[in-house]
Design a binder for this molecule. Structure first.
Ligand code: SF4
Length: 234
């Protein structure tokens, strides 16, 4: 299965709380009036200038094994290499907001509108995660139409020990150029507001692991702990 999705920009407008949390504020923070104004303008610009689109493609274990192997030296053992072999379904995805939103942020910075530029940048980062959530959710709905205890999570090159070089075989497999996504220097995806990775679907337990890998000592987010805590309970 390979699905190409074009989303309406208003579908991916993030919750303001998520945008503020991306800036390090707690979920219950009460923003100042000036911050609310900036947020409102940034979300309006996002709806005008974002062009969300993506591709999600089912992949077999052996096909993903090749992508993972071609990723080069991932940092020794990684959580993903213990997780994906237990999956019931796998899919690779890429999703982007397009060029115009990045150009708008750059233009705001060039014109010394730093607060609005920064707010729009954070809003676009939250929006790209929302766009990826939408794609994953549509895919998951098709995979587990019969219900049952099922959970999917996304894993991306450059995180949790999976070498960033994994972008190369992954984007080639999915033909990301079809939606205008290319790899720049240092495996940076262009347009900048783009994300890609692997969706792993199966029993919730397959996503559970101990965060005792060497690279975990440098981790600031401990995001895996939040994700694991939010998994459906059996
Ligand atoms: S602690 Fe951080 S680096 Fe380690 S697996 Fe969890 S999210 Fe990844």
């Amino acid at each position: 299965m390979k699905v190409r999705l074009v989303m309406e920009s208003n579908e991916i407008i993030p919750d303001p709380v998520d945008v503020l949390m991306g800036q390090g504020l707690p979920a219950d923070a009460v923003p100042a009036v000036r911050v609310k104004e900036l947020m409102s303008r940034a979300l309006e610009m996002l709806s005008l200038f974002a062009a969300p689109r993506g591709i999600i493609r089912s992949i077999s274990r052996s096909e993903f094994e090749r992508i993972y192997r071609d990723s080069g030296n991932s940092e020794g053992a990684t959580p993903l290499e213990g997780i994906y072999p237990q999956a019931e379904q796998l899919a690779v995805y890429v999703v982007t907001l397009g060029d115009l939103i990045t150009q708008t942020v750059e233009s705001l910075f060039r014109n010394n509108e730093y607060p609005l530029g920064a707010m729009l940048d954070f809003a676009a980062s939250a929006a790209i995660e929302k766009a990826a959530d939408i794609m994953e959710s549509k895919w998951r709905g098709e995979q587990c139409a019969g219900g049952g205890n099922y959970a999917s999570l996304r894993y991306s090159p450059g995180y949790c020990g999976w070498n960033i070089e994994g972008q190369r075989p992954l984007l080639k497999f999915i033909d990301s150029a079809a939606i205008g996504v290319q790899l720049g220097e240092n495996c940076l995806m262009l347009p900048l507001k783009t994300t890609s990775g692997l969706v792993v679907g199966g029993e919730p337990e397959i996503h559970v692991f101990d965060n005792d890998y060497g690279f975990c000592e440098r981790c600031n987010t401990l995001e895996c702990r939040t994700r694991i805590a939010e998994l459906p309970k059996t």
